[in-house]
Design a protein around this ligand. Structure first.
Ligand code: S3P
Length: 443
């Protein structure tokens, strides 16, 4: 599907973005391991978390779908999963395949995990290596580089593992395997990545210990590493009853849109504000954006609040690097769009991980924003964007990557002449109502 995007007059009104994707995946996976009935409200009904839900069903878990938003998971305990009778298709979802690899690493049966063309090009050695050290028989295509993954579960032992890159998916895979391991498992990450796994498992009674380790990296910078320890539960994990917050990463496109389109003012309701996710807000504040946070409260073990954004003039360029990168990892595409309208050089570095997301997001944004007239330079680990510049509409490609499609759509809202987004259907991966909500705010 293609989408034609035109320059608009304003974005005005109130929206409720879709539920958090990361938390939706975790809710269905972790509740499947618990003993008892879990009720999950505001589950994200989009392609990625549906893959996690179907994967747990194929592992024998009983899941009832009450309506489009609520699911009930009848957990039968840690040892209740069954060998799937077919290959598990994780679709486009890195979170499904990596977290699941940790869950099945210690199961007494064979599991084969695969995915779509994009997922089968994404690096898996990062989970294979630690899980193998724990004792799992796990293999990947092309000498352990890519999916499909074949896992023949085994008795696991706890390890101490120093992660080379901050990744919540890898950290979570190791912690989940740690639940099934003998002894304590410790993961050390170079910077703190999203901590939804730690929060949710703790709420379910898992024994988790968190510690910041501050190393003096240089005169100017402290390098904050994080240690997470988990012990196998004495008994079972308890079931959960939770309402999933709305997704900050989905809200980010509307925050950027409201800042950039003249005459805009929007209210975004009930958005997850976990500090491991909101680096994009910190950067926008530094740029001088007109943003206010209201009604902060706790929901499902996570902070949530409302965000008010208005058109922001005279935005300043900033440098984004180091520990900020994992805190805005999914906002890179839309941050590039913001940078086209800031005054000066926006520098984004230490972000090499973006090359191995649903697409090579550095290359994708450089190629497509150039077509729209942006002075943007590509580096191995980031970009430099020289703003402000006048965007012009062009025919651009999403690379079938949901966040690239949505970021280019926001660019199209402020470009002279129409922008044609090729393969825009991929927004369904995380945000099926994206274009509908966008139209609503233009009225
Ligand atoms: C996610 C972790 C991040 C993020 C992805 C979702 C998660 O990936 O980019 O969209 O739910 O744990 P990495 O762990 O590869 O950084």
């Amino acid at each position: 599907m293609e989408r034609m995007i035109k320059k608009i007059r304003h974005l005005r009104g109130e929206i409720t973005p879709p539920a958090d994707k990361s938390i939706s995946h975790r809710s269905v996976m972790f509740a499947s391991l618990a003993k008892g009935q879990s009720r999950i409200k505001n589950f994200l009904w989009a392609q990625d978390p549906i893959n996690s839900l179907n994967a747990m069903k194929s592992l024998g878990v009983e899941i009832e779908i009450m309506d489009s938003k609520e699911i009930i998971i009848n957990g039968k305990g840690l040892q209740s999963l069954k060998e799937p009778d077919n290959v598990i298709d994780c679709g486009n979802s890195g979170t499904t395949i990596r977290l699941l690899s940790g869950i099945v690493a210690g199961q007494p049966f064979l599991t084969v995990l695969t995915g779509d063309d994009s997922l089968r090009q994404r690096p898996m050695r990062r989970v294979i290596e630690p899980l193998r050290l724990m004792g799992s028989n796990i293999f990947g295509r092309l000498n352990d580089r890519f999916p499909p993954l074949v896992v023949k579960g085994n008795y696991l032992k706890g390890i101490k593992y120093i992660m080379p890159v901050a990744s919540a998916q890898v950290k979570s895979a190791i912690l989940l395997a740690g639940i099934y391991a003998n002894g304590e498992t410790e993961v050390i990450e170079p910077h703190k990545s999203r901590d939804h796994t730690e929060r949710m498992l703790k709420n379910m009674g898992a024994e988790i210990q968190l510690n910041a380790i501050t190393k003096k990296a240089s005169k100017e910078h402290n390098n904050e590493a994080y240690s997470i320890k988990i012990k196998p539960p004495q008994d079972e994990l308890s079931s959960i009853d939770m309402t999933i917050p709305n997704d900050f990463s989905s809200a980010a496109f509307f925050i950027a849109g409201a800042c950039l389109v003249p005459g805009s003012e929007i209210l975004i309701k009930n958005v997850g504000l976990n500090p491991t996710r909101t680096g994009f807000l910190d950067v926008l504040m530094q740029m001088g954006a007109n943003i206010e946070i209201l009604n902060v409260k706790q929901q499902g073990g996570e902070p949530v609040g409302d965000i008010v954004c208005k058109t922001s003039n005279k935005l300043k360029a900033v440098t984004v690097q180091g520990s900020l990168i994992p805190r805005l990892i999914d906002e890179f595409p839309v941050l590039c769009v913001m940078a086209t309208q800031t005054d000066g050089k926006t520098i984004i570095k230490d972000a090499k991980e973006l090359r191995v997301k649903e697409s090579d997001r550095i290359k994708a944004m450089v190629t497509e924003l150039k077509k729209m007239g942006t002075p943007i330079e590509e580096f191995e680990d980031g970009v430099i964007i020289n703003g402000p510049c006048k965007l012009r509409g062009a025919e651009v490609y999403s690379y079938k990557d949901h966040r690239i499609a949505m970021a280019l759509t926001i660019a199209g809202l402020i470009a002279e002449r129409p922008t044609l987004i090729k393969e825009a259907q991929c927004v369904d991966i995380s945000f099926p109502q994206f274009y509908e909500l966008l139209e609503m705010l233009q009225k």
